[in-house]
Design a protein around this ligand. Structure first.
Ligand code: NIG
Ligand code: FE
Length: 434
């Protein structure tokens, strides 16, 4: 592909352009939609995204221009998946079957499954094995239209395995999606500190976090605040250390039990409070008044077979900036599909298709503090673009479990092109030829 690329004939171009602030309230449903649009890309950046006539006039001034004909379909920014546990070792199929037989998340952990089962596997795994698995998953994200994803550690817990995880994350970054690294040492208290969680927090604060910072292996620090994990008080101590070390903050908040972690996230100016299934009206007001993004993860509610989704409408009505993410992990949400998350958000949380798309792009970009470069199609931003097999953006959540992504373009380069289904006649011909 030469230096200049024109994507023309976008039936619906979703620019998501507009204010530099996260989208809230009515603005969440504003996609900056342009009918019959085009995008001009030079190198890895967008030169123009707008009405076809204007953009094509600019393109005609360029010398060598490659073209993609979107054939009247939907063109939009790549999804920004702001919450994943990308590196996690093998699938937890025993947990899955136990759950289907009626066991709950905490019973499974007590029976030797759960997060600690993944910790055992990640500690034992060679980095190359973890990297191969994570790379495969990254490919699946890209096939589903994700061009930037956040990735947490948290299945190592000891320093060696946490660093090993974050080195794998760094190796995946940029190939083909950008990966934003998060240290989640406070995912669970490891067995060796079972009787002294405070000593574990002290160890993370005094040794592991400074080392990770020095080696630039993570920009965010996250804590899982819930029953069986960390208390609000412990989370507060951990986050205060992380903030002193200039990490940006994230919190797994109000997932199974209401703890007050969402309000803590707001008080500390965290980038996001994630989950929020048990969030109440006070939390919604607090999030509405803060810059902390409310990141909702309906995939985990679905996979756990629960029925209490985060109160998206209440959050939006109170002015919270809502984002959507997959929470890709082996225990609660084994999916790389943002389109599926959009379907769940619409049907189970009553978000409109337009709100869900903003939440999965520009607000996701805010949740990883990269909104100045990704999440919308605007001049100067990274050329992270997807073309969908859809005439109307509402088809994206409507066709649930169907991946409509036809092309994924990352920094101006096509990194995924959907394969063709081989029709019977072609199959027969191929067989005849053999
Ligand atoms: O975000 N709840 C905490 N962490 C993950 C689940 C981790 C696991 O079960 O492996 C989550 O849902
Ligand atoms: Fe998570």
């Amino acid at each position: 592909m030469s230096g200049v690329l024109l994507i023309r004939n976008a039936g619906q171009l979703l620019t998501l352009r507009g204010s530099p602030a996260p989208r809230r309230g009515d603005a969440l449903g504003d996609l900056g939609l342009i009918r019959n649009g085009a995008i001009l890309i030079r190198g890895d950046a967008i030169v123009a995204a707008g009405r076809a006539d204007e953009v094509e006039r600019l393109a005609s001034e360029e010398r060598d221009t490659d073209e993609i004909d979107a054939r009247g379909r939907v063109v939009m920014p790549g999804f920004v998946d702001s919450h994943t546990h990308l590196v996690h070792g093998p699938a937890r199929l025993l947990d899955y079957e136990m759950r289907l037989r009626g066991a709950d998340y905490h019973q499974i952990s007590e029976a030797g499954g759960g997060i600690l089962a993944s910790v055992k596997a990640v500690r034992a795994a060679a980095p190359e094995v973890l990297e191969t698995q994570a790379r495969q998953a990254a490919g699946n994200f890209v096939r589903h239209g994700t061009t930037t994803l956040e990735a947490k550690s948290g299945y190592g817990l000891d320093e060696t395995a946490e660093l090993k995880t974050l080195v794998v994350v760094a190796a995946i970054d940029g190939q083909p999606a950008d990966v934003v690294p998060t240290y989640l040492g406070a995912h669970l208290v490891p067995a060796e500190y079972k009787n002294d969680p405070d000593a574990y927090i002290a160890r993370m604060c005094e040794e592991t976090m400074p080392r990770i910072r020095r080696q630039r292996l993570a920009t965010f620090a996250d804590v899982y605040c819930d029953r069986g994990a960390f208390t609000v008080d412990q989370a507060q101590r951990y986050l205060a250390c992380a903030r002193d070390l200039e990490f940006e903050l994230k919190v797994h908040a109000e997932q199974f039990e209401h703890t007050g972690a969402a309000r803590l996230a707001c008080e500390l100016g965290a980038a996001s409070a994630d989950h929020l299934e048990q969030a109440d009206a006070e939390d919604a007001v607090a999030l509405g008044c803060s810059s902390t993004i409310a990141t909702l993860l309906p995939g985990s509610v679905f996979h756990l077979g629960l029925d209490r989704y985060a109160p998206a409408r209440m959050l939006i009505e109170n002015g919270a900036a809502v984002a959507l993410a997959t929470d890709f992990n082996p225990g609660t949400s084994p999916t790389c599909s943002m389109p599926l998350v959009l379907s769940l958000a619409c049907v189970q949380m009553r978000m409109s298709p337009a709100e869900a798309i903003s939440a999965a792009t520009i607000n996701g970009a805010h949740a990883v503090r990269r909104a100045e470069s990704i999440g919308s199609l605007e001049p100067g931003k990274q050329a992270d673009v997807i073309v969908l097999n859809a005439q109307d953006y509402r088809e994206i959540p409507y066709f649930f479990g169907v991946n409509l992504v036809d092309m994924t373009i990352k920094r101006g380069v096509m990194v995924y092109r959907q394969g063709e289904v081989v029709e019977t006649t072609a199959r027969e011909k191929a067989a005849d030829a053999r």
